[in-house]
Design a protein around this ligand. Structure first.
Ligand code: AMP
Length: 426
């Protein structure tokens, strides 16, 4: 047996898991202020949820999905992203009846069979929101502002990030543009890589994402969807930008920002961070007004974003952000010998029941090594229980900061500890 996590996955050890839980708390508090409610969908779905929603020709569907047959020969896929599942759930449970709106957020692991590198994993963690039922451009600006505010709340200075926005048009203007772009790619076939040439038929917009320098030079001359938007899309895009201006959100227009999923219509956006190398997109999203219909549901506009935990953490590290550590032990309860084991055990429990982080030894350590353990845990107080004191219904409380000691009645332990800890917090 290989005692190693699969390639492209990592164990989220306590140091990192603590940051994840911190960011979850930041998200929960912030998203609630914007009216979002939590939703948890299954980690796997029927494969069609993704093939239909994300699109057959996309990188995700064509080469990155973890798809398997279950014991009844159903094709299932580990979710590569969150939007398709949330929209599927919203349709299944009629969360957005006609004229209604829903604001949902999710957090969890996503799976993509990609080539692992810094900031790119096969199992990675996302936090995302979906705003369903709303077509007005003000919600686009609100959702973008929320993503900006999230990274600010995570401590990443806005000077370290760039917000890019673009419009992908809709079913009225994009098809003709797609044709035009495919024709452009065919006309420059000799100068473009094989992948870009293949894209001419399947997904020409993705040619803008090619990293090959020659392809980039050629694509810099390609026609832009921004210049081909129909009137409605142009007006919508203008209002989204106006909304961002109103909110004082700084953005850059990037007409080549296309993002890799077919379901996007109109607004798309991405936030990139400094100091991350090639995988610098820490979060992004867009509008997907046709997605619910793609699943056979009623026409329901929607948009959302997803942010990646690993890259957000890299951006936090690059900015020198540290996450406050929760105390593992404010109080350490030490036993002088085994005769007082029960007193130690119940005193420790009583402290915890009173809302105080308390720890004790379960490994028959000597008193000296219990004190060392108390130091390692950065305990602020040590409660020392000896046989004579216990017989008198008392314990010794040592303040580790001042080294002062006092005998305290066991009955009085909680209020005394509370008072000593509170003094520290003043
Ligand atoms: P996407 O759904 O591709 O727009 O991804 C949204 C966010 O998830 C990105 O901005 C990244 O922060 C993160 N992300 C996407 N793919 C990966 C991956 N393979 N490994 C780590 N993070 C990822």
């Amino acid at each position: 047996m290989e005692v190693r996590a699969p390639k492209g996955t990592v164990d989220m050890l306590p140091d990192v898991a603590r940051v994840w839980e911190h960011l979850l708390r930041v998200a929960q508090e912030l998203f609630a202020r914007y009216g979002y409610e939590p939703i948890y969908t299954p980690i796997f779905e029927h494969t069609e949820v993704f093939t239909r929603g994300i699109g057959e020709a996309t990188d995700i569907v064509s080469k990155e999905m973890y798809t398997f047959l279950d014991r009844a020969d159903r094709s299932l896929t580990l979710r590569p992203e969150g939007t398709a599942s949330v929209v599927r759930a919203a349709l299944e449970h009629n969360l957005v009846p006609k004229g209604a709106a829903a604001k949902l957020y999710y957090a969890g692991a996503m799976f993509r069979y990609e080539r692992p590198q810094k900031g790119r994993m096969r199992q990675f963690w996302q936090i995302g929101v979906e705003a369903l039922g709303m077509a007005e451009p003000s919600i686009d600006a609100e959702v973008i502002a929320l993503l900006v505010r999230f990274f600010e709340a995570a401590g990443i200075p806005s000077a370290n990030t760039r917000l890019l926005v673009n419009s992908m048009g809709d079913e009225h203007c994009r098809p003709a543009y797609r044709e035009e772009l495919a024709a452009f790619i065919s006309a420059h076939a000799a100068d473009l890589c094989d992948e870009c040439n293949r894209r001419a038929d399947t997904n020409p917009l993705r040619a803008f994402d090619c990293k090959n320098p020659t392809c980039r030079t050629v694509m810099a001359e390609a026609p832009l969807l921004r210049d081909r938007l129909c009137e409605e899309c142009g007006t919508h895009y203008g209002s989204v930008k106006h909304g961002l201006d109103e909110l004082g959100i700084v953005y850059e227009e990037d007409p080549s920002l296309v993002r890799g999923l077919d379901y996007y219509t109109r607004t798309v956006f991405e936030i990139q961070a400094e100091g991350l190398g090639a995988q610098n997109a820490i979060g992004g999203g867009g509008r997907y007004d046709r997605l619910m219909e793609e699943y056979g549901g009623p026409s329901t506009p929607g948009l959302g974003f997803a942010l990646g935990f690993e890259r957000t953490m890299l951006a936090m590290q690059a900015a020198g952000v540290t996450v406050p550590e929760l105390p593992r032990a404010e109080v350490y309860v030490a036993r002088v010998d085994d005769s007082v084991a029960t007193t130690v055990f119940s005193a420790c429990q009583a402290l915890r029941d009173a809302g105080i982080a308390a720890e004790m030894d379960h490994q028959a350590r000597s008193l000296k090594s219990q004190f060392k353990q108390a130091d390692r845990l950065s305990a602020l107080l040590t409660v020392i229980v000896g046989p004579e004191e216990a017989a008198a219904g008392e314990v010794t409380v040592r303040d580790m900061r001042t080294r002062e000691e006092a005998r305290v009645a066991l009955d009085d332990l909680i209020p005394r500890v509370d008072a000593l800890l509170r003094r520290d917090h003043r």
